[in-house]
Design a protein around this ligand. Structure first.
Ligand SMILES: [Zn+2]
Length: 102
């Protein structure tokens, strides 16, 4: 039980700090017309979504098994990691297309 409480605290602090960072970057990015700051805010916002996904999957992995779901949701953390990697590959592909004008 204490392990779950530590997870919750770490995820809460991580998500809260990232959201504050996103807000500050968007505010100053708009204030000084900096596309770099706004783009980095978008990057950090996607990090927030990744943290939320990891938090949900960590919670699901700890839920009890049922008669229908005899293995529970223990693989949810692996699926969350797979989703995050696919998101990263999508970003690489988008950057590649931006750089290499075919
Ligand atoms: Zn990041």
């Amino acid at each position: 039980m204490t392990e779950r409480i530590q997870y919750n605290k770490a995820f809460t602090v991580g998500i809260a700090l990232n959201i504050i960072y996103v807000i500050v970057e968007v505010f100053y990015g708009l204030h000084i017309n900096s596309m770099a700051l706004i783009a980095d805010a978008g990057h950090n916002f996607s990090d927030v979504l990744g943290l939320v996904l990891a938090w949900v999957s960590a919670y699901l992995a700890k839920t009890a098994t049922t008669k229908i779901r005899t293995y529970g949701f223990r693989k949810s953390t692996i699926l969350a990691a797979l989703l995050l990697q696919l998101k990263l590959l999508g970003k690489f592909q988008h950057l590649y297309q931006q750089q290499v004008q075919l």
